[in-house]
Design a binder for this molecule. Structure first.
Ligand SMILES: *Cc1c(COP(=O)(O)O)cnc(C)c1O
Length: 466
């Protein structure tokens, strides 16, 4: 499989190169040159398969030319063997119509593990083929940092430097990062905000000599391999609820548009998806874009769902490209306009292309609280605030009541105990596999938020390229 850039001028690359590159050299994002196609018969054949076998069938066409089916199976077995539930992403029924797809049974309790555990395996496999080394540098306000650290801890060909704003992540989130004591893991608490930490990371990537010397790489959701791994659970859930004989709707709490775009990919491959509900909190740029064609950046408002407090959704560019007719040159112009003015209108082709599958809703704090209470009262389910945004939106979807509606449950409630307790009166306990988190030793550096301090720290510890 070859991959093309959404901005039309970077060279087409195979899966291995796309995984290691992350962003395309023209500033665009990579997508497969065409969608693999699954017939009704192919989908029927997934019925009853384990998560790992489903993953192998669904991802095989995307990795063709870079990994054999046997290699892919090995990597998936290693990645998903670390999940605490045998089904990896189990479905839970809430009422006649509504279901939760629990994506938080990985090591760090959020859905990002599903993609990052596999990405860690892919990185290691490809780097050992090349005898190359990567330095991952990232900034985190919570879930991505711990999932990425867990996925690469102890790997010989990778060092990871993760910056977090000192005192501004929760104790659970900090300890999930700082108690990983592997020699290739470096946690850095920055004196400053998340935006300051993010700006430092960007500055390191922009220093071309520094980036080349240490082979810097990013782990945010612009990486195609992350999205690919997320396509699997749409198939896995839909087949269990009757696909291909009946269509299923999904509601997805959305920030960077990665998770819900994976649902779009599943639909392009032939999975019968009745609707994709894009659920946003009050940071509603995606809701405005889909409902009115207005993609304009507002001020980020801090909410109880920090992983969705986003005003620019990087993966939305992939939808604009594919739904708008795959004109990379035109999209490059459109994105240049957006970067200059922080606002753009969707074209008619983009709006028509998106409206076939997507609908959207904006959920405020009251809507979120009510959904948490409803899940608890109706089905005894304690859900996290992000999942609650998805569920609140799911309950507004305008579809025939015979269509099952699956809400993606993106985090374990114990990651956000205060908000959950406020809504339901129940304080969720950490699952036993992370239960001793507060007894473990922590290690992290504290640095001033200056470019010189951080680059000096990284340069002293990272492995330069041969
Ligand atoms: C990252 C995250 C999201 C948003 O996912 P996107 O792929 O960025 O849309 C939602 N919920 C939780 C808990 C997350 O960690």
């Amino acid at each position: 499989m070859q991959y093309v850039s959404t901005r039309g001028s970077a060279p087409a690359l195979g899966f291995e190169d796309v995984t290691l590159a992350g962003l395309a050299s023209d500033g665009g994002l990579y997508l497969p040159e065409r969608w693999p196609s699954f017939s009704a018969e192919d989908i029927r054949a997934l019925s009853g398969l384990s998560y790992v076998e489903t993953a192998v069938r669904v991802m095989a066409p995307f990795v063709a030319g870079s990994l054999s089916e046997e290699e892919l199976r090995e990597l998936c077995t290693a990645a998903y063997g670390r999940f605490s539930h045998d089904a990896v992403t189990p479905l839970v029924q809430l009422d006649h119509r509504h279901w939760l797809l629990e994506l938080f049974h990985g090591p760090t309790l959020a859905f990002k593990d599903v993609a990052l555990q596999l990405l860690g395996q892919l990185f290691e496999r490809f780097l050992s083929r090349r005898e190359d080394h990567l330095t991952i540098v990232g900034a985190t306000s919570g879930d991505t940092g711990s999932a990425a650290i867990d996925a690469v801890a102890g790997r010989a060909k990778i060092d990871i430097f993760m910056l977090h704003p000192e005192g501004r992540v929760s104790d659970v989130q900090r300890r999930q990062m700082t108690t990983v004591l592997a020699p290739n893991v470096y946690n850095i608490a920055i004196d400053g905000s998340f935006d300051d930490a993010q700006a430092l990371v960007k500055a390191m990537f922009n220093d071309a000599a520094f980036a080349r010397r240490f082979n810097l790489s990013a782990v945010n959701s612009i990486n195609w391999a992350r999205l690919m791994a997320q396509v699997v659970y749409y198939f896995y859930a839909a087949v269990r609820l009757g696909a291909p004989e009946r269509a299923i709707a999904f509601s997805v709490p959305t920030g960077n548009f990665g998770d819900v775009f994976a649902g779009y990919v599943a639909a392009q491959m032939g999975l019968p998806v009745a609707k994709l509900m894009v659920a946003t909190n009050v940071n509603d740029i995606l809701h405005r874009a889909l409902a009115e064609g207005d993609y304009s950046q507002g001020q980020v408002v801090a909410t109880a769902t920090p992983s969705m407090d986003i005003q620019v959704s990087s993966n939305f560019e992939r939808l604009l490209f594919d739904a708008g007719g795959r004109d990379g040159k035109a999209l490059a112009e459109q994105m240049k306009g957006f970067e200059a003015s922080k606002a753009m209108r969707l074209t008619n082709a983009q709006r028509d292309g998106a409206s076939k599958l997507f609908t959207s809703a904006r959920v405020d704090a009251d809507g979120m609280t009510m959904a948490m209470r409803w899940a608890y009262d109706a089905a005894g389910q304690v859900i996290d605030p992000h999942s609650a945004i998805g569920l609140a939106a799911a309950r507004t979807v305008d579809l025939d009541p015979s269509v099952p509606v699956v809400t993606l449950a993106t985090a374990h409630p114990a990651k956000f105990p205060t908000a959950v307790e406020r809504a339901t009166g129940t304080r969720p306990a950490l699952p036993s596999r992370v239960g001793d988190l507060f007894a473990r030793e922590e290690a992290y550096a504290k640095l001033p938020g200056t470019f010189d301090a951080v680059t000096a720290y990284v340069a002293e510890r990272a492995t330069p390229r041969a």
